[in-house]
Design a binder for this molecule. Structure first.
Ligand code: ATP
Ligand code: MG
Length: 391
């Protein structure tokens, strides 16, 4: 007797009322996509759970993949069987014999209310059979083995092992955001956190060749291919930013260059977000890290866009951001020494409290609208995809 199904629980999803159907549909599609490397798996969608029928596959690697799919709260390796009571007694005994431990507890859920025996009675029958055929003892507080039985219309599921998964929402249910991706540590982590909340990302990057190395693009592709684990296809929009940046340095005092540069970045992100159907912008900004990330700076920079700007790592400590970057395997790529336009053009004394009127005054000295339109006309688009993506 071997476990033949994986039961997938939704967690936060279950609380979503009428949207539940949509959520389950999206989650089932994401699960299918995540498991595309396995052959013969069947995904069964039911009202309360999704089931993966193993069809002879080894469960461990399947569980490992599922643990990283957003929207899954937990997983159990289950045996599906006839709910008839004598059969349940037999199956439960066989399954519990394979487990290690001295004590047990039985949990029973009778989701199919037409089943003739109530949960407490089922537990009595099954536990009695285990007690008289093994040396196991009952411990209702700290059992070594927790045997669960769920009676549903399509059959009974019996299991002893439950695995935690990452929670969150299924990718796609939260819509799409325009994410500002630099080659640094923070923005890939911010992207990951958004994807965990069900939000798809599309990326915008500002490139300033020849000041920035073309290797940056390879670095971005490598970062995105790590993020493909969570979103199988990611669109990267590369904006030619050199002319704008040169003009900024020509017209403004060095101490205002970063402020104006970031205002231009947000203007571009805003335009592209509208074009691409994204109702919000996101970034890897973290408050207080650098001069451009003080609240006063954010005020002056944010003023150019009406779109919400989501900053998932805004209040996180750098050490915690780094820990996440290691977890999602982007850290080693992020620390590769390629110059970014922020580092190259970094002034010696940037303003930590740039005034809005001063920024507007400097900007009035050049025709940035024309340059912005020109940059948008020359966007380079790259799709970074998981190789076996079904999307
Ligand atoms: P990161 O580690 O993500 O690069 P950082 O701590 O180096 O962040 P900044 O360089 O000030 O901080 O950038 C803050 C945020 O602005 C980045 O997280 C990113 O979202 C955005 N950003 C900065 N430079 C670029 C760029 N060249 N292209 C796109 N977005 C950028
Ligand atoms: Mg950076």
């Amino acid at each position: 007797m071997i476990y033949d199904h994986i039961m997938v629980r939704f967690g936060e999803l279950s609380t979503k009322g009428k949207n539940k159907k949509d959520f389950i549909r999206v989650l089932a599609r994401n699960i299918k996509n995540a498991l595309s490397e396995f052959s013969n798996l069947i995904i069964e969608t039911r009202f309360d759970h999704i089931y993966v029928v193993l069809n002879g596959n080894d469960p461990e690697p399947v569980i490992e993949v599922l643990q990283d799919v957003s929207g899954i709260h937990s997983l159990s390796l289950v045996y599906k069987t006839d709910p008839e009571i004598e059969n349940l007694k037999k199956v439960s005994l066989e399954l519990i014999k394979k487990e290690e431990g001295h004590t047990f507890k039985i949990k029973c859920k009778r989701a199919d209310k037409s089943y003739p025996i109530i949960s407490d009675e089922i537990i009595k029958h099954v536990a009695g059979n285990i007690l008289s055929n093994t040396s196991l003892k009952v411990d209702v507080h700290h059992p070594d083995i927790l045997l669960s039985i769920e009676i549903r219309q399509e059959g009974a599921y019996v299991f002893c092992k439950t695995y935690p998964a990452c929670g969150g929402y299924p990718l796609g249910v939260g819509g799409k955001i325009m994410h500002m991706l630099s080659g640094g540590i923070d923005s890939p982590v911010a992207a990951y956190l958004l994807m965990r909340r069900g939000i798809k990302i599309e990326c915008i990057h500002f490139a300033s060749p020849p000041y920035t190395n073309v290797g940056v693009i390879e670095k971005l592709k490598d970062l995105l291919s790590k993020l493909n684990k969570y979103q199988p296809e990611i669109r990267l929009n590369i904006i030619p930013f050199t002319k704008i940046q040169e003009e900024i340095y020509r017209v403004s005092d060095e101490s205002y260059a970063i402020t104006i540069m970031r205002r231009m970045m947000f203007r571009l992100a805003d335009r592209l977000a509208h074009r691409r159907g994204c109702p919000a912008i996101s970034s890897g900004e973290s408050v207080g890290q650098v001069a451009s990330q003080t609240l006063e700076s954010m005020f002056t920079i944010n003023e150019v866009t009406k779109l919400p700007v989501i900053r998932p790592v805004v209040a996180m400590d750098k050490v915690d951001i780094i820990e996440l970057a290691r977890k999602i395997d982007t850290f080693d790529i992020s620390i590769r020494p390629f110059e970014d336009c922020c580092t190259i053009f970094a002034p010696k004394n940037p303003k930590t409290k740039p005034s809005l009127s001063k920024a507007i005054e400097y900007e009035s000295k050049f025709d940035y609208e024309t340059l912005i339109n020109e940059a948008l006309d020359h966007v380079e688009v790259i799709y970074v995809k998981k190789e076996d993506s079904l999307l």
